[in-house]
Design a protein around this ligand. Structure first.
Ligand code: SF4
Ligand code: SF4
Length: 166
């Protein structure tokens, strides 16, 4: 009996001096792995144009039917993205999303990327639908917001030859 008690106390004492594995979330956040798939972001080129061309391939690839895209036509006086079309509406239902990353794999312009944010709590179903305004990243420092007025004939290709058109 005494021996068992001493053994138990020994184990307690051993753990008492070990570094705790728990962290004080949310004050402290555990870093995630590079390959972690969290909340999506819609990316822009360096000049501010949106990478998304409204092709809906991400929605077609999504096994959870979580993505809704509605495309509209670009003009050179009102250009959101290179090429003919842009995403006028882009929504992801985070209650449906299983964070598989198929949307990212399917995207021909690398517009949709699952980043590292995992803080996705909400109180009602409507708040689980992330809109384009919520998903799109800020305009880069040297870029301009969309829609842009651009020179005719410059951004005719949906996938620009340059990675980041000036
Ligand atoms: S991560 Fe998967 S489930 Fe979520 S929106 Fe993309 S394809 Fe759909
Ligand atoms: S995110 Fe990519 S795959 Fe989805 S509509 Fe935009 S360009 Fe197409």
């Amino acid at each position: 009996m005494i021996a068992e008690l001493a053994k138990g106390m020994g184990i307690t004492l051993k753990h008492f001096f070990q570094t705790p594995v728990t962290i004080q979330y949310p004050d402290v956040q555990r870093p995630v792995r590079n390959r972690f798939k969290g909340r999506h972001e819609l990316k822009r080129y360096d000049n501010g144009l949106e990478k998304c061309i409204g092709c809906s391939l991400c929605a077609a690839a999504c096994p959870a039917d979580a993505i809704f895209v509605e495309a509209a036509e670009n003009t050179d006086d009102e250009r959101y993205s290179p090429g003919e079309r842009f995403a006028r509406v882009y929504e992801i239902n985070m209650l449906r999303c299983i964070f598989c990353g198929y949307c990212e794999d399917a995207c021909p312009t690398e517009a949709i990327v699952l980043e590292h944010n995992y803080e996705l709590s909400f109180y009602d179903r409507q708040s689980a639908i992330y809109t384009k305004d919520m998903l799109i990243v800020d305009v880069p420092v040297n870029g301009r917001p969309t829609p842009q007025v651009v020179e005719p004939g410059v951004f005719t290709k949906a996938i620009p030859e340059m990675e980041n058109p000036a």
